[in-house]
Structures are given as C-alpha cells and as structure tokens.
Design a protein around this ligand. Sequence first.
Ligand code: AMP
Length: 127
Amino acid sequence: MTYVYDDQNIFAKILRGEIPNKTVLETEHTLVFEDIRPQAPIHVLVIPKGPYVTYDHFAAEASDAEIVDFNRAVGAVCQTLGVTADIGEGCRFISNAGEHGVQEVPHYHLHILGGRRLGRMLEKAAG
Ligand code: AMP
C-alpha cells in the first residue's frame, strides 16, 4: 500500500501535545476528543495514535493490538456518552476518506455524533 502520512496534520500535532484538545478517553493506542466544530450535541473523534490516513489504511496495516484497542475505545466511549442504541438513543459513526469522502484531516478518525436525531445519511451531502 502506498499511503503517505503527513505528520504535520492537525491530529498528529494533537497527539504530540503541540496543540490542546478536550480529551474524553485515552488508551494505549487510541485517543478520543471533542470535535472543535460540533455538528450535534455530542460530537467526538476517535483516532489511532499510529500514522494512518484513512479507515482502509488502518484496517489494512494496523496491528491487531491497535485495531482491538481502537474498537474497544469506541465501545467504551459510547457507553460513557450514553449513545448506545440499547439503553441510549443511538448515534452515527462516520469516517470520511480522501477526495470523494471530503476528508479534511488526513489522519484516520471516526466521528461519533449523537444527542439529537440526525436525519438520513447523505441527505444534505454537497461539496
Ligand atoms: P473530516 O472532514 O472527517 O476530515 O473532519 C475533520 C474534523 O476535525 C472536523 O469535524 C473538524 O471540526 C475537526 N477538527 C479540526 N481541527 C480540530 C481540532 N484542533 N480539534 C478538534 N477537532 C478538530
């Protein structure tokens, strides 16, 4: 695979402690923090600490330990935020990738949005 990771992206700077973030959860391989421009009452970003550009890059090249840690962090933070679809009211998981996905920050991240009904997926997709 030929992904090139830009270590000057904003999430790399957050991981190096060069710019602040509002951390919700930190584990060995994963960081969860609040999105700076929330699109819903709950809007957090889950990122691996390793240098992966997109979900497919992470899924193909991350270690089993990183993948397990990331997914367990997602589960834990959904419990913490109360957005599980069983006892909570659910949420949306989004990961934008590349040009067509309109990815702004080239470090893999999973958006978790909740706290209100979000409308149909891609309903207002544009640009
Ligand atoms: P995407 O289009 O999926 O790449 O979205 C990138 C997300 O990162 C957007 O929702 C931004 O609001 C968010 N973002 C950008 N800079 C920061 C930052 N310094 N701290 C937290 N979230 C950020």
